[in-house]
Design a protein around this ligand. Structure first.
Ligand SMILES: [Zn+2]
Length: 133
């Protein structure tokens, strides 16, 4: 009986972990607030770290998408203009779709590699290599 319960417990311990490994990728969210005519992004570094991309690259993307220059001060990035948080995160989602998720298997375990001036997303999960468009 004890042995059975132990096995049962082991089984239960194992389940959530297995599920975790296969769990869907939870994209990071950027916290931001509007101050006067500016928008302050608080955790662009953390977001970049979570998706394993360069914060400067992410910031440049945001600047292009928001058509505004970003100024980085310590941990925060300030953009001129009022951008609601939902819009900021929509842009982040676009970045993730373009530069992070594998087009083949949709997993985020990817790196960007450059071959003959073309950037590719190389997937560590399925091995796919796709040019970034
Ligand atoms: Zn893949």
């Amino acid at each position: 009986m004890d042995e059975y319960e132990k096995l049962l417990k082991q089984g239960q311990d194992k389940l959530p972990k297995d599920r975790l490994n296969k769990s869907r990728f939870t994209p990071p969210k950027i916290s931001s607030f509007i101050e006067g005519n500016k928008t302050v992004l608080k955790n662009i570094d953390d977001a970049a770290k979570t998706i394993r991309r360069d914060a400067t690259h992410l910031m440049k993307f945001m600047a292009a998408e928001l058509a505004s220059q970003g100024v980085k001060t310590g941990m925060t990035v300030t953009f001129i203009g009022k951008f609601p948080n939902s819009l900021v995160n929509k842009k982040l989602d676009k970045y993730i779709t373009t530069f992070v998720l594998c087009p083949a298997c949709k997993k985020p375990d990817t790196t960007i590699i450059k071959i003959e001036r073309i950037n590719f997303i190389k997937c560590e999960a399925c091995g796919a290599k796709n040019p970034i468009v």
